[in-house]
Design a protein around this ligand. Sequence first.
Ligand code: DX5
Ligand code: ZN
Length: 215
Amino acid sequence: MKIKVAPSLLSADFSRLAEEIKKVEKAGADMLHIDVMDGHFVPNITIGPAAVKYIRKCTKLPLDVHLMIKNPQKYTDAFAHAGSDMLTVHIETISGAKLKTLSSKLKANGVKFGISLNPSTPLAKIKPVLKYADFVLVMSVNPGFSGQSFIPSAIGKIRQLRAIYKGDIAVDGGINDLTAAGVVRAGANILAAGSYIFGAKDQKKAIERIRNAGK
Ligand code: DX5
Ligand code: ZN
């Protein structure tokens, strides 16, 4: 599978967001990962649909919007409307029935639907709803902040998931040139990375290192 790299804007300088976006775009980003946090599901607050709408105007790259919020189904219309290409909700925040409805609604609107799970959430939790997902996002840190260390148990989880799931597997949290190798070998093919890419002197090299890590 082709490896795709998704720089996470949470580590960008928000006062110069348009420039930061152009820079990672030129450096070879495949999509932009946008972290939405509500101060309830996670202990941090970031941005909402209004910001996504303006980010949409800055780039043609697909927008991969990661909703770390309670009651995500209340806000998905707004995020889809703002220009999200991919929307991910957490299995910890939504019932199976609501997930099913949401999945068909987003698909009808041409938005790819992802289901994410926290490091402490067992794979068994998402097995019954895998059929509704266009991709799965495996968290390799506890969501809330960028710059945290990779939690190694994500590797086994990705490997087990890859054995039963043919779709895209994304991974998010603590990804750098070293941790990327393990997750790619385990079967992940979309890698979100914040601090490693935005903290790099040479972003092009950083993205290439992630892309080629498992080889
Ligand atoms: C964590 C966010 C991640 C985060 C990644 O809650 O979902 O997308 O920004 O940042 P790094 O790559 O620095 O761990
Ligand atoms: Zn994220």
